[in-house]
Design a protein around this ligand. Structure first.
Ligand code: GDL
Length: 694
C-alpha cells in the first residue's frame, strides 16, 4: 500500500493529514510556556504538526477539570495557542475528567462543555477527552443509566464533540488503551468493541500499542485494533516516557515501529521524557521516521527484518539528531555565559573582561579551559540512556565485559594466557569507564546550561555507577585501593544506591525487576481465560509434549505417575472455576488446573497421602507452560488467579507434586515465594511435594 501524501505533514486536498508530533502527557512537573513555545518552533522546523496538551499533574487538566481558567491563566493559554498557530502546529487541548466525573449527571456534562468552550474562546479548535489511568468501575448512579463503562464514556464524548461543532481533530483516549489492558483480548474486548461501534466516526482514538510502553508495534497488531475500533488509531507512544522510573532517561532513537505503519495509522504522538531538553533525539528521530519514503519496503518487526529497513534506519536517525543536538549544546543559553575557546582570528565576544581577566603569572596554575563536547560524547551518552527495553551498543559491551571479567577471574598471580586475556579485557573496560568520565566532564562544561541541568542527575548517577564497577574490576585485578572498594565496611551513601525503593526491589525474587542485559523482555501478548471442555485436547497435547520431554527437555515417560497426571490427561475434570488456560496468537500454550478436593485423585493412583496433609492442603494444582514461553510472568499471573479461585471455593491450602528432574517447574514454584516443600510420607523417589496455605 502506498503512503498518502498526508504522512509527509502536508494536507492534501480531500484527505486528512497524518497527525504527527508530541503529547505532553506524562506525570510530574509540566513543561513551561517557554519550553512549549520552543517545542512548536522545533516541530515546525522538523515537519511535525501537532501538540496535545495533556500534562497529568496540571490541576485544571485532570484533578480540577471542572474549574475554569483565571484571567492570568487565560492570557498564558491564549499566547500559547497563538504561538502554536504561528508555527503551523495544531494545538489540541485535552481534559481528563475520569477521576470523578458522573457520566449520567447532565450538570457534569455541562461543566465539561463549559470548560472546553472557554478554551475555544482562547483560539483552540482541536480537543481531546482522556479516560486513561482511571478506575474502571462506574458509580451506582452511572450503573443505573449506562449498560457499560464504554457506553458512558462514548455517550459523553459524542455529546461534547457535537457541542463543539464536530471539530476536525477530536481525540478520545480509552481506558483500555493498549492490548495488555483488554479482556480477554483486543478482538473480544467488549469495551473496545463498544467504542468502535458507538463512538462517532469523526473522533479518533489514541492507542499505546501492545503495552503501555510498547517495545515493538507490529503492522498486524495495528490491523487488529483498527478492525475493532473501525478506524485507524493515533499512536500515543510511550517509548521515550520516563515518568515511571527516576533513574531512567531515554535518548535512543524512535525504533521498532515499521514505517509501513504510517499508511495504516491516523497519526503518532510521542509522550517523551519529563525533562524538556533531553527530548531532542526523541522528537527529531520521530520526525525522521514520519518523513520515511512510502515504498521503502520495511518488513514488519515480527518478521525479524528490522535491520534491513531501507526507509528508516534508527542508527542514522540517531546520528542526524545528535549532530543537530551538538550544536544546541555548544550554543550558550544565557547572555554573558562563557563560550568555548574562540577559534583563532575571531573577535572575542566581550572585550571588557574587567576583573575576570585574570592572567596567570609565571609558575602559577594555567587557566582552566574546558574541552569542547564531541559527537562521540553524545553517542556514548545516548548509548548509556538508550531505550526502555534496550541499552545502546557501548553500554551493552560494557556490561558484557564486566560480566566476563567477573566470571573469569582465575588466579591473578599466575601468568597464563587466560590471565593475559583477563588483563587486556580489564584494560578495555577501564578505558570505556574513562570515556564515560571524560564525557561527563565535557558535558558539565558545555555552554548550554539548560540542557545540562536537565541531564545532570542522570549523568552523575551513571558516572557513579560506572565508577563502582571500575573500582570493583580493579579490586578483582588486585590493584584496588581499599578505600575505593565498593564493598568496604563503611561505604559512603553512593556505595549503596537506589534508596528504599532499591532496597524493596533487591528483596524480591530476581531483584523484582528484569535485567535488560541478561533477559531482554518479551513482547508477546498473552491471554489468560477460563478453561472450557473444548480445550481438553489441546491441554492433552501440551501435557503429552511436556511428558515426552517436549522441546529438548528430559523424557519423563518412564517415571512414576503424579496425582495431577489424570487431570492433565483429561481423565478427571478440574473443579468448576478452577481451571485456566494461557493463549498466545498461535493458540494454547499453557494451563493451570486444580482439584479443590484432591483425595479421590490420590486414591485413584493409590497414592497414600496422610490425612494431616489433606487437612492443611486439601487442594491440588498443576501448571504447565510450553518452554517457548520464556517470559515467566504470564504463568505467574495464571497461578495467582487460580489460587484466588481455589481460596474462594473455601479451601485452606494447595499442594502440587513435581518431579525432581523438572527443574523448570521447581524453579517456577520456588520463585513464587509462597510454595514450600512439604514432607509427604510414601512419595515415590524423585517426587517432591510443595504446598502453600491460602
Ligand atoms: C500511562 C499514561 C501516561 C504516562 C505513561 C508512562 C497513557 C495513555 N497514559 O499509562 O500518562 O506518562 O503511562 O508512564 O499512556
Amino acid at each position: 500500500m502506498s503512503k498518502p501524501a498526508s504522512a509527509t505533514g502536508q494536507a492534501p486536498t480531500g484527505t486528512r493529514r497524518f497527525i504527527s508530533g508530541v503529547v505532553e502527557g506524562f506525570y510530574g512537573r509540566p513543561w513551561t510556556m517557554e519550553q512549549r513555545t520552543e517545542l512548536f518552533q522545533r516541530e515546525q522546523k522538523w515537519g511535525l504538526n501537532t501538540y496535545l496538551y495533556a500534562p497529568k499533574d496540571d490541576y485544571k487538566h485532570r484533578m480540577y477539570w471542572r474549574d475554569l481558567y483565571s484571567d492570568q491563566e487565560a492570557e498564558q493559554l491564549r499566547a500559547l495557542i497563538s504561538a502554536a498557530k504561528q508555527h503551523n502546529v495544531d494545538f489540541v487541548y485535552a481534559v481528563s475528567p475520569g477521576l470523578d466525573i458522573t457520566f449520567s449527571n447532565p450538570r457534569e456534562v455541562s461543566a465539561l462543555k463549559r470548560k472546553l468552550d472557554q478554551v475555544r474562546q482562547f483560539g483552540c479548535r482541536s480537543f481531546s477527552l482522556l479516560f486513561d489511568d482511571i478506575e474502571p468501575e462506574m458509580c451506582p448512579a452511572d450503573q443505573q443509566t449506562f449498560s457499560s463503562f464504554a457506553e458512558a464514556q462514548v455517550s459523553v464524548t459524542n455529546a461534547v464533540y457535537q457541542h463543539l461543532g464536530d471539530p476536525d481533530t477530536f481525540l478520545f483516549c480509552p481506558t483500555d488503551y493498549c492490548a495488555a489492558f483488554c479482556t480477554p483480548n483486543v478482538l473480544q474486548s467488549s469495551y473496545l468493541n463498544t467504542v468502535g461501534e458507538k463512538l462517532l466516526p469523526g473522533i479518533d482514538v489514541l492507542w499505546t500499542g501492545p503495552k503501555v510502553v510498547s517495545h515493538k508495534i507490529s503492522v498486524a497488531s495495528i490491523e487488529e485494533v483498527t478492525s475493532v475500533l473501525k478506524r485507524a488509531p493515533v499512536i500515543w507512544d510511550n517509548i521515550h516516557a520516563n515518568d515511571y522510573d527516576p533513574q531512567r532517561l531515554f535518548l535512543g532513537p524512535f525504533k521498532d515501529r515499521p514505517t509501513e505503519l504510517i499508511s495504516r495509522l491516523r497519526g503518532v504522538l510521542t509522550n517523551p521524557n519529563c525533562e524538556f531538553y533531553p527530548n531532542f533525539v526523541a522528537i527529531h528521530s520521530l520526525a525522521t521516521w514520519c518523513r520515511a519514503p512510502a515504498d521503502g519496503g520495511q518488513k514488519d518487526v515480527e518478521m525479524g527484518d528490522e535491520e534491513q529497513d531501507s526507509s528508516y534506519s534508527p542508527q542514522k536517525a540517531l546520528t542526524l539528531a545528535l549532530t543537530d543536538w551538538l550544536q544546541e549544546f555548544l550554543s550558550t543559553d544565557q547572555p554573558g555565559a562563557r563560550l568555548p575557546k574562540e577559534s583563532p582570528g575571531e573577535e572575542p565576544m566581550q572585550t571588557d573582561l574587567g576583573e575576570s581577566s585574570y592572567v596567570p603569572g609565571a609558575g602559577e596554575n594555567p587557566l582552566y579551559t574546558a574541552e569542547p563536547l564531541t559527537l562521540e560524547d553524545l553517542k556514548l551518552l545516548s548509548d548509556l540512556f538508550y531505550l526502555p527495553y534496550e541499552h545502546g551498543p557501548t553500554a551493552r559491551s560494557m556490561l558484557q565485559q564486566l560480566d566476563w571479567l567477573k566470571n573469569n577471574r582465575g588466579d591473578a598471580a599466575a601468568e597464563t594466557d587466560k590471565t593475559a586475556e583477563w588483563r587486556s579485557r580489564a584494560k578495555q573496560f577501564d578505558d570505556m569507564c574513562e570515556a564515560v568520565v571524560k564525557m561527563f566532564n565535557r558535558l558539565s562544561n558545555a555552554p548550554n546550561r539548560r540542557i545540562l541541568y536537565d541531564l545532570y542527575n542522570y549523568i552523575c548517577d551513571i558516572k557513579s555507577g560506572v565508577g563502582l564497577a571500575r573500582a570493583y574490576v580493579k579490586t578483582l585485578g588486585g590493584q584496588g585501593r581499599p578505600s575505593a572498594q565498593p564493598m568496604n565496611q563503611d561505604p559512603e551513601p553512593w556505595g549503596f544506591r537506589g534508596g528504599l525503593s532499591g532496597e524493596f526491589q533487591r528483596m524480591l525474587p530476581c531483584h523484582g525487576n528484569r535485567d535488560l542485559f541478561r533477559h531482554p523482555p518479551m513482547t508477546e501478548v498473552y491471554c489468560i481465560r477460563l478453561y472450557c471442555p473444548e480445550d481438553k485436547t489441546e491441554v492433552q497435547r501440551i501435557f503429552r509434549e511436556m511428558k515426552s520431554g517436549g522441546e529438548g527437555g528430559v523424557p519423563l515417560m518412564m517415571q512414576p505417575p503424579l496425582i495431577c497426571d489424570s487431570l492433565s490427561a483429561g481423565d478427571l475434570s478440574p473443579s468448576p472455576q478452577c481451571a485456566l488456560v494461557l493463549e498466545d496468537e498461535t493458540g494454547l500454550v499453557g494451563y493451570a488446573l486444580a482439584l479443590t478436593d484432591a483425595k479421590p485423585a490420590a486414591a485413584k493412583i493409590q497414592r497414600a497421602v496422610s490425612d494431616a496433609v489433606f487437612r492443611d492442603f486439601p487442594s491440588l494444582v498443576t501448571v504447565q507452560v510450553l518452554p517457548r514461553v520464556t517470559d515467566p510472568s504470564p504463568a505467574r499471573r495464571m497461578i495467582g488467579r487460580l489460587l484466588s479461585s481455589i481460596r474462594s471455593s473455601g479451601s485452606r491450602g494447595v499442594f502440587c507434586e513435581l518431579r525432581q528432574s523438572d527443574k523448570r517447574m521447581l524453579d517456577f514454584y520456588t520463585k513464587l515465594g509462597s510454595f514450600r516443600p512439604v514432607q509427604v510420607a510414601g512419595l515415590p523417589q524423585d517426587i517432591i511435594a510443595m504446598a502453600t496455605s491460602l
